[in-house]
Design a protein around this ligand. Structure first.
Ligand code: SAH
Length: 244
């Protein structure tokens, strides 16, 4: 029986793959990958490696999660090295924990290989540090997939009055609702916000605005995209090194 490596592919730029991930990709007998994992990475695999696309995008799955779990289990019966390649880090909204539990319950060995998460690296390529001395001492990474006006929202909106930098993943389609909610809980209308599309790739694009006007400015950007809310967004003007 084989082993499943729940592996982070990094945020887009292929050079942000870790050495550990690259090593296991070169040894892989089969690679199960997502939409967000840069497909260029697959060229590093050995001859005869099998590729299985499970096309998960923004948590609208083309293959349901329970079927992915079962697929990994089945592949581990037939192959020695099974790589489950996910965009960013496998445990940051990556459902890698669920896959690991499913495998463990069935006696299949697994390993996590961390990846560079888009939540930090994408703002970084846009010249937005998630923490910055004198501006903010902490940051949060929040799902933007859960609609803010859902009756029993698990997101502590009331806490977002703080100076924390807030990074929303999977939130572009809820941008209008998210910004309205932040204003409702007390953030100023002119508070800085950025939307970064296709971060760390040649098509990266950053749009800067305020809670009031960002929706109109950024709503048509292509995905994947993430949202950064915080005073640190203002540093983009000075530190934007990659898109220049
Ligand atoms: N495990 C991943 C996140 C999965 S959730 C990680 O650690 O990065 C998917 C969300 O991540 C997308 O909806 C988007 O908000 C964000 N994302 C991933 N790659 C991105 C990129 N290159 N540019 C902008 N946002 C990205």
């Amino acid at each position: 029986m084989g082993k499943v490596y729940l592996t982070g592919a990094g945020p887009g730029d292929i050079e942000l793959l870790t050495l550990k991930a690259l090593k296991v990709i070169k040894r892989a007998d089969v690679i199960v990958y997502d939409r967000l994992a840069n497909p260029e990475i697959l060229k590093e695999a050995k001859d005869g490696c099998e590729f299985v696309y499970v096309g998960k995008a923004d948590s609208h799955h083309s293959l349901p999660q329970d079927e992915i779990n079962e697929l990994l289990y089945q592949l581990a019966q037939k192959h020695e090295v099974v790589v489950r390649l996910k965009g960013g880090d496998p445990l940051v909204f990556g459902r890698g924990g669920e896959e690991a539990l499913y495998l463990k319950e069935r006696g299949v060995k697994f390993e996590f290989i961390p990846g560079i998460t888009s939540a930090i690296a994408v703002p970084e390529y846009a010249g937005i540090p998630v923490t910055h001395r004198g501006i903010t001492v902490s940051f949060r990474v929040v799902t933007g997939h859960e609609a803010p006006y859902k009756k029993r929202s698990q997101i502590p909106w009331e806490n977002f009055k703080t100076d924390d930098t807030i990074v929303f993943l999977m939130g572009l389609h809820n941008l209008d609702k998210i910004t309205k909610k932040l204003i409702e809980v007390g953030k100023p209308k002119d508070f800085p916000i950025a939307v970064i599309s296709k971060g760390t790739t040649p098509e990266e694009k950053t749009v800067i605005g305020t809670l009031e006007d960002i929706y109109e400015r950024a709503k048509d950007l292509p995905t994947p995209a993430l949202i950064v809310v915080g005073e640190v967004v203002k540093l983009h003007e000075e530190l934007n090194w990659f898109e220049r």
